[in-house]
Design a protein. Structure first.
Length: 402
């Protein structure tokens, strides 16, 4: 098992200034008292997974509710994005070795599928479901992350149907690209067909398609248009780098509106996906520049986002844990090529473990804020799914016993 650095970091470096934290004093322990057995990361992930199934389950077939407790503005069933988080967390546990009926969970994606909109016949996954078929807007980033999830299912199960389903959405995603704003894919299909001043193209709707295409390129040996997948991925990657990359701190702005205004908000997942795309391009092409850019973005993201917060000496952002999970994924992908990424992952482990001890509801659900400072948005399925995916990914990275 990989040595987990900084295991006592959180308590040793609690920051007292401006915080309500008291200095941690270990309880006295009898010399004869046995050591507590360590709870492994995959066991913590499975604990939250079981709570999700107990409290969020909406149908016997495995679809989920958006929130627990439910909220007045919730859809009939969870939106696609939180369900993707649930599937990806399930994938991690299945890969660890848990028997959780993972294929059934993945197959429920088809209840979000719709055959076409705006007069086209392009099949894709919609943002919501009535329990049978997809409804609502079809987002290009949503479809790319579903595509990545389907490819993961193919790798875990070796079932060709997941590769075939992933292939079906490639034309839809490619159809979202045009020459407006110098290139790039719109955020969703509504914006493509009815652009307005607030319509936008961002990293999520370009980085995740690029990553999906590259993963498909690697897995689908018999696919006839592999050259187009690679060239499209390179084009999207370069457009994002040209439009959003900040060479000063090596992070990325978020998006650009139809009238050319840049949204300079920084999110961890934007850095994460671009690191992953850079790693995949390096693996496929062997061009060192892509890996160098991925390493610079990884360093920049860690320096920019990981800092003291709410009494913790080292904390990833205390909001949007799904975004942080995507940065973790990137560091795991980069680790074989960049030793410092292992330290970034160790810091993440201590961050989530702090949340396990200090940022949970009476039922055991995580707050959105893993520092425990603010018990917000604990009710969201996406918040809990992020915990399962993170713990599963960490367990696999550290090669924990099962």
């Amino acid at each position: 098992m990989r040595v987990k650095l900084f295991s006592l970091l959180i308590f040793l470096f609690l920051i007292a200034c401006g915080s309500q934290e008291e200095e941690y004093v270990p309880p006295e322990k009898s010399p004869d008292e046995p050591e507590e057995e360590e709870i492994l990361s995959h066991e913590k992930g499975k604990e939250i997974f079981d709570l999700i199934n107990q409290y969020y389950s909406a149908t016997p077939g495995g679809l989920m509710n958006e929130s627990y407790p439910s909220r007045s503005d919730d859809p009939e069933l969870s939106y696609l994005w939180p369900y993707v988080g649930y599937v990806d967390g399930s994938a991690m546990l299945a890969e660890v070795g848990y028997e959780i009926d993972y294929p059934l969970i993945v197959d429920n994606y088809e209840k979000y599928f719709s055959e076409g909109m705006y007069g086209n016949n392009l099949g894709a996954y919609s943002s919501s479901t009535n329990g049978t078929t997809g409804q609502g807007t079809r987002f290009y980033d949503d479809n790319a992350i579903v595509g990545l999830s389907l490819l993961e299912a193919y790798e875990i199960t070796a079932d060709e149907k997941y590769l075939e389903r992933a292939e079906k959405i490639i034309p839809f995603i490619m159809g979202g690209e045009d020459e407006e704003l110098g290139g790039g894919i719109w955020w969703n299909e509504d914006q493509l067909y009815n652009p307005g001043s607030d319509s936008d193209k961002g990293i999520s709707s370009n980085g995740y398609p690029a990553l999906f295409f590259l993963k498909f390129y690697t897995l689908a040996d018999g696919y006839s248009q592999k050259a187009e997948l690679l060239s499209t991925s390179k084009r999207l990657y370069e457009w994002v780098r040209t439009t959003f990359y900040d060479s000063g701190n090596h992070t990325y702005a978020n998006s650009i509106t139809a009238d050319g205004n840049i949204n300079h908000t920084r999110w961890t997942y934007n850095s994460g996906v671009m690191i992953q795309v850079g790693v995949e391009l390096f693996k496929i092409t062997g061009e060192q520049e892509y890996l160098d850019e991925a390493i610079a973005a990884a360093q920049g993201a860690y320096d920019y986002y990981v800092k003291p917060r709410n009494g913790m000496a080292i904390s990833y952002p205390d909001h949007d844990p799904w975004f942080n999970t995507k940065l973790l994924d990137a560091y795991i992908d980069l680790a074989p090529y960049y030793n410092a990424a292992g330290g970034y992952i160790d810091s993440y482990l201590n961050f989530i473990d702090y949340g396990y001890e200090h940022a949970r509801t009476s039922e055991g659900f995580f707050y959105e804020d893993w520092t425990g400072e603010d018990p917000k948005r604990y009710y969201s399925l996406l918040m809990q799914a992020s915990v399962v995916e993170s713990y599963g990914a960490l367990s696999l990275f550290y090669e924990e016993e099962f």
